[in-house]
Write a protein that binds this ligand. Structure first.
Ligand code: Z5A
Length: 211
């Protein structure tokens, strides 16, 4: 495949959306064809799954394994319908969350079996891995405060306990330690512009063919 899959990961409010937008503008200014997408919800089917996954149903909670399988279904459709064809067409894909989110949230956060999640990720992606994953590392409370001060309503997963989000954060730290060539930690507590400059340097280092 000729394109590149660049994934942005991190806890809530870490700045993924902000940084993907800046990164997209920068890459396009270099004449690179960029596609921006996300999980869950990167396809029409995925948008339905996203609603099911993130809306809070007080009386009928989503079972943990059901949640895991819905994320896998969303990913499988996304990989087949969007990621593989666009990579083959040479696009640089900026993707908000991918396989590491499932390990961090369902594995570390919910406590589901990591080996099972690895198998599901393999099935859902056909072993398509990111070329580079940017982990925006911010303290959990900072991220949640950012979201709340933005006036948004917290979704089902955001309403989990601080302890849950801390386990998710630990998941990202362990993943970054295990896959240092694929996952790069960036201090997400810096200013938006400082974070963007660091991401530019990382991309220039990893993607040698940038103009
Ligand atoms: N999930 C899962 O459990 N398992 C899976 O396999 C997958 C997902 C794929 C949806 O994610 C949920 O799905 C997510 C995990 C779960 N859990 N939750 N909730 P999402 O990506 O759609 O939603 P999110 O994680 O909550 O991200 P977000 O709301 O889009 O936040 P963000 O993109 O990281 O941040 P932002 O929108 O760029 O910034 C948030 C605010 O902070 C905003 O007001 C910015 O202006 C501000 N901001 C951004 N950067 C800075 C800096 N550097 N300084 C100060 N303020 C800043």
């Amino acid at each position: 495949m000729d394109g590149k899959l660049i994934v942005f990961e991190g806890v809530e409010g870490c700045g993924k959306t902000t940084q993907m937008k800046l990164c997209c503008q920068w890459l396009e200014s270099l004449g690179i064809s960029v596609m921006v997408t996300r999980e869950p919800g990167g396809t029409e089917l995925g948008l339905h799954l996203r609603r099911l996954l993130l809306e809070k149903a007080e009386d009928k909670p989503v079972a943990q394994v059901t949640e895991l399988l819905l994320y896998a279904a969303d990913r499988s459709q996304h990989v087949e319908q969007e990621l593989k064809p666009n990579l083959a067409a040479g696009k640089y894909i900026l993707c908000d969350r991918y396989t590491d989110s499932t390990i961090a949230y369902q594995g570390y956060g919910r406590g589901l079996n990591i080996e099972l999640i690895n198998q599901l990720n393999y099935i859902a992606t056909g072993d398509l891995k990111s070329d580079l994953t940017i982990w925006l590392d911010v303290d959990v409370e900072v991220g949640l405060t950012r979201k709340l001060s933005g006036g948004v309503r917290l979704d089902r997963i955001e309403q989990e306990t601080i302890a849950f989000h801390r386990r998710v954060q630990q998941g990202y730290a362990d993943l970054a330690a295990s896959y240092p060539s694929r996952i790069v930690r960036v201090d997400g507590s810096l200013s938006q512009e400082a974070v963007h400059q660091i991401i530019q340097e990382i991309l220039r280092g990893h993607l040698k063919n940038l103009p």
